[in-house]
Design a binder for this molecule. Structure first.
Ligand code: NAD
Length: 305
């Protein structure tokens, strides 16, 4: 560790376990004062306990570094304010906010309850807003700061996680909007799409083609928080094991025109031959899984066995 976050004050949500914990530990080891914010809930958002955040604070302090625990739910506006304010009250400033807190409620769309939808959107999407909102006021005035959201490749689409996918897509747009709105004040916003072995990954029903450890994700977040990355904003980075990849910015790829308004029939005649559709990779993957499963059923050999 080279102390690249020396003198900085950083809040990490979901810092009690998994990736958030690895980020909090590395930030502290790099010299930052860290607010360890974690509601200490089960995988679906149940049974909160303050012990989870306290344990990481103890670990950081044992290493001779500085941290305080907050066991609030990031779904509350007041919690976002408390988390940011506690950094200011204790260390006089807030330089970085990392929103890692998350839960899962997997259901097919046709079985998803309002509560499954609300809880996941509130934890991931609103839970990023509550922190970004509170921190951006202070960062705008001090003319510096780094906001880091956590998204997932599942933002593209997810079969049984419409709530999670929508929340993660929302975080991508929130991060890009924060980058656009705060750029003139010297405040940056980026997102990380990780894959790492945690209790959350254990819930994913299929084998993932790539994986890594929570500690593999922490260095990229540390970099984004540091003054080495003051030119980086509005970006989404996948981080898994030894791989770091940048995502493209969405843009229109083809257009068709006519003078005046189209009729539905005209659109039907022209669309396929001109702008067509953009391929949706997940549909091809699902088709491949279905074929493999059908072949396995015929031969009695399980795929990946
Ligand atoms: N693990 C992966 O492979 C993977 C893949 C894609 C995206 N992600 C994202 O990375 C982030 C971290 O995932 P993880 O695997 O480390 O999860 P994890 O379950 O190990 O840790 C999440 C932490 O968030 C906390 N939390 C949940 N709700 C909260 C709330 N309302 N307020 C405050 N804290 C709350 C939990 O108590 C828990 O300690 C999540 O946003 C997740 O969606 C993870």
């Amino acid at each position: 560790m080279t102390g690249i976050l020396e003198g900085k004050s950083i809040a990490v949500t979901g810092a009690g376990r998994g990736i958030g914990r690895a980020v909090a530990l590395q930030c502290a080891a790099e010299g930052a004062h860290v607010v360890v914010a974690d509601f200490g809930v089960g995988m679906h958002g149940e049974e909160p306990t303050s012990e989870v955040a306290d344990a990481v604070v103890e670990e950081i302090r044992e290493g001779g570094h500085h941290a305080i625990a907050i066991a609030d739910s990031v779904t509350e506006m007041a919690a976002g304010e408390r988390i940011v304010q506690s950094a200011i009250d204790n260390w006089g400033r807030i330089d970085g906010v990392v929103c890692v807190a998350g839960i899962l409620r997997e259901r097919m769309l046709f079985n998803m309850s309002e509560d499954d939808w609300d809880a996941v959107i509130a934890t991931h999407l609103k839970g990023t807003f509550t922190l970004f909102r509170a921190a951006s006021t202070v960062m705008r005035a001090q003319k510096s700061g780094s906001l880091v959201g956590f998204t997932s490749a599942a933002f593209q689409a997810s079969v049984a996680q419409a709530n999670y996918s929508a929340a993660k897509g929302g975080i991508v747009s929130l991060v890009r909007s924060a980058a656009a709105g705060l750029n003139r004040y010297g405040v940056r916003a980026n997102a990380v799409a990780p894959i790492a072995r945690t209790r959350m990954m254990a819930e994913v029903p299929m084998e993932l083609p790539e994986t890594g450890e929570p500690e593999d994700v922490a260095p990229m977040v540390t970099y984004l928080l540091s003054d080495l990355a003051t030119h980086i904003t509005g970006q989404i980075y996948t981080v898994v094991g030894g791989k770091i990849a940048v995502w493209n910015q969405p843009h229109e790829v083809r257009a068709m025109f006519k003078d005046g308004r189209w009729t539905p029939e005209e659109i039907a005649r022209r669309l396929d031959a001109t702008i067509g559709q953009e391929p949706m990779p997940i549909l091809a993957q699902l088709e491949a899984y279905r074929r493999a499963a059908a072949a396995a059923a015929e031969t009695g050999v399980t795929p990946n066995a």
